[in-house]
Write a protein that binds this ligand. Structure first.
Ligand code: S3P
Length: 438
């Protein structure tokens, strides 16, 4: 299926309120960590996107029973988890599925194979294979890439200093460690990456501790039976980010986004937008299932300025960099993004794909080894000529970045293979229809 979408050039203002779609990272974890309770739980506001449905199908293959009670609420019965699967466990495009399940399944007494699509099969898996192998896991790979064959093994805990601040690496080790009784597992990371796993495990009564040690962010875990509690998934700030940036750059826009996850490890985008002079406000903040949640109001912001983005904030906005790069093309002056070399390992090489696709619109963007230099000056007041044909390289966030660029272009643009948006944001186009309907 190859669907393309055409934008008509300058969009009408975005106005009104929407509820943002459920969070992809938390939806994966609700099923994976939920299954560790080995009981019945209800999960509400689950994201029915291609990535999360890949995790769901795999858990069914592993013996879980899952029934939808309505569009986004499901019942998970994990009392029979985890059975030897009859076929390969297909993770599709989803790195989170493959890496988190590798951790979970390494500690199970079953043999299984995790496979993925073309994009996922090119992504590095050594970052989880190495530490899991140190714990005793037996994982065969295709030279550090998928498919991964996991065999029966007995694991013991280790202390692991992760060279990258990666929530997927950290979560894989914690999910293995959560099943080990005789020893503890500690993961240390240089900067704090998203901590949804730690928070959900803690919410379900796991034996997990988070703290700082020698300048690192540490989590230590060992086995404890989890308490089967119902889970609610917060709204996805990474999906909200596309609407936030669109509202910020489309003249006369004023939008309220309801139910946005505001976990401090995810709100780098809000901090960056505030620093760039965006008119953005947080309302009604509260805590739900151990996660901050609230509403975000964002208005058209004509006085954006370029800033430098690097260091500890990078893991807190890593998935938002494509849309931040687009935002920077609309700011006065230069924006630099550094320390983001891991962008090369996402669904596409996002340093190459973001620069290549935004240049098609006429943006002044230089890719570097670990980020970008973006000069917004010449593009003020309406990006770009448009007339671009965007490729998305199996990468949902490039497709959505291309669409928003189209909304602030002078001429129509075409975004090819737009179906990739289904990876994280089903209903993306409908939201723009709703917000432009006066
Ligand atoms: C994710 C962690 C991040 C992020 C990805 C989702 C997660 O990846 O980019 O989209 O759910 O744990 P890394 O852990 O590789 O940085």
């Amino acid at each position: 299926m190859h669907e393309s979408v055409v934008t008509k050039g300058f969009s009408a203002p975005l106005k009104g309120e929407i509820i943002v779609p459920p969070d992809k990272s938390v939806s994966h974890r609700s099923l994976i960590i939920g299954s560790l309770t080995k009981s019945n739980i209800k999960i509400s506001n689950f994201l029915k996107s291609a990535d999360c449905l890949a995790t769901l199908k795999i858990l069914e293959e592993l013996g879980c029973k899952i029934n939808f009670l309505d569009e986004n609420t499901l019942k998970l019965d994990a009392s029979n988890a985890y059975k030897t699967p009859k076929k390969d466990l297909y993770c599709g495009n989803s790195g989170t599925t493959m890496r988190l399940l590798s951790g979970l399944l390494s500690a199970q007494n079953i043999k299984c194979t995790l496979s993925g699509d073309i994009s996922l099969s090119k992504r590095p898996m050594k970052r989880i294979i190495e530490p899991l192998s140190k714990m005793g896991a037996r994982i065969k790979s295709n030279d550090g890439k998928a498919p991964l064959v996991i065999e029966q093994a007995k694991l013991s805990g280790i202390e692991y200093v992760s060279p990258v601040a990666s929530a997927q690496v950290k979560s894989a080790l914690l999910l293995a460690g959560a099943q080990i009784t005789e020893s503890t597992t500690t993961v240390l990371e240089p900067y704090l990456s998203r901590n949804h796993s730690e928070r959900m495990l803690e919410f379900l009564g796991s034996n997990i501790k988070t703290y700082q040690k020698d300048g690192f962010f540490a989590s230590t875990i060992s086995h404890a039976p989890l308490i089967p509690k119902n889970l609610h998934v917060i709204g996805d700030i990474s999906s909200a980010a596309f609407i936030m940036v669109a509202a910020c750059v489309i003249k006369n826009s004023d939008v309220i986004l309801r139910g946005v996850g505001l976990n401090p490890t995810r709100i780098g985008i809000i901090e960056v937008m505030q620093k760039m002079n965006a008119e953005i406000e947080i309302l009604n903040k509260t805590l739900r299932c151990n996660e901050e949640i609230g509403d975000v109001r964002i208005k058209y912001s004509p006085d954006l300025k370029g800033i430098n983005i690097s260091g500890e904030i990078i893991p807190r906005l890593i998935d938002e960099i494509p849309i931040i790069a687009l935002l920077a093309t609309q700011a006065d002056g230069i924006t630099t993004i550094k320390d983001a070399g891991d962008l090369k390992n996402k669904e596409s090489d996002r340093i190459a794909s973001v620069a290549k696709e935004l240049r098609k619109f006429g943006a002044n963007i230089e890719p570097t080894d670990d980020g970008f230099i973006i000069d917004g000056k010449n593009n003020q007041k309406g990006l770009l000529n448009g007339d671009a044909e965007v490729e998305c390289y199996h990468d949902h966030r490039i497709a959505m970045m291309g669409y928003i660029a189209g909304l602030i272009s002078k001429k129509p643009c075409k975004i090819n293979d737009f179906e990739w948006v289904e990876t994280s944001f089903p209903g993306f186009l409908k939201i723009f229809e709703t917000l432009t309907r006066e």
